[in-house]
Design a protein around this ligand. Structure first.
Ligand code: NAP
Length: 242
């Protein structure tokens, strides 16, 4: 059975990606960190699309949890193969550098960059053996442009962009593509509380994006037909930055 693993699939962009994967016919593994109710809501939406899936709780910032939970899942489910991996889980802890704590720096780095590394490493070998795979990393405008107050977040996302380009070159010959999507301002819990009116005035499309619009792009990059696109970063920002 072909599966798509979406990290941070319980809410926001990750949830919309899970629904998109379900519409593409994948069995969806919905990873989450703590919000089990939201993860179950996503699973219900996956089932509404006529597909199936399950929720899988592990912290992408924890090498040990990834090895024990995801590793055990893979050992116990040899009939299932993770063909699509979407590294979506991410957090922000905004603060100007002057006042940033080590915890704010490390937490954001461990989740986005560390999560990319350890989760991808866990599933990559099976993709290499099958000679097919699609890896899509959810990065950010912040990782391309850099945003003040987000030195940690910008560094983490820029790191994942570099890793995307490097890994794409390592695994291209094995039928595996590695791409990234870089959303601008998308309406989710993460952007709650931002001065939307003020920000919208700077966005050519004059609105925040939707999680579904990001998911649509992820679905394209995850499709079999996108096999000649790799190492790319696709901006989804309403024209804010190119
Ligand atoms: P969100 O609404 O805050 O949702 C975050 C998701 O990530 C939740 O499902 C959460 O799980 C999960 N998560 C957080 N830390 C985790 C961890 N350590 N291990 C496993 N799961 C974890 O965020 P979002 O706006 O959808 O953002 C999704 C991705 O898009 C992030 O990588 C973010 O950086 C990126 N992005 C967002 C925007 C935007 O404007 N929203 C823009 C650019 C990039 P729980 O429900 O269990 O907490």
């Amino acid at each position: 059975m072909k599966c798509a693993l979406v990290t941070g699939g319980s809410r926001g962009i990750g949830r919309a990606i899970c629904v998109e994967m379900a519409a593409m016919g994948y069995y969806v593994i919905i990873n989450y960190k703590g919000n089990e109710a939201a993860a179950n809501e996503t699973l219900a939406l996956v089932k509404e699309k006529g597909s199936s899936g399950e929720i899988l709780k592990f912290d992408v910032a924890s090498k040990e949890e990834i090895a024990s939970v995801l590793g055990s899942w893979m050992e116990a489910n040899t009939d299932k193969y993770i063909e699509v991996l979407v590294n979506n889980a991410g957090i922000k802890a905004d603060q100007i550098m002057m006042f940033m704590t080590d915890e704010q720096w490390q937490g954001v780095l461990d989740t986005s960059l560390g999560g990319f590394y350890y989760v991808t490493k866990q599933v990559l070998n099976a993709m290499l053996q099958k000679k097919y795979g699609r890896i899509v990393n959810v990065v950010s405008l912040s990782g391309l442009k850099g945003l003040p107050g987000q030195v940690n977040y910008s560094a983490a996302k820029a790191g994942v962009i570099g890793a995307t380009k490097a890994l794409a070159q390592e695994v291209g010959r094995r039928g595996i593509t590695v791409n990234a999507v870089a959303p601008g301002f998308i309406k989710t819990d993460m952007t709650e509380g931002l001065p939307e009116k003020e920000l919208v005035s700077m966005i050519p499309v004059k609105r925040f994006g939707t999680a579904e619009e990001v998911a649509h792009a992820v679905g394209f990059l995850a499709s079999a037909g996108a096999g000649y696109i790799t190492g790319e970063v696709l901006s989804i920002n309403g024209g804010l930055y190119s």
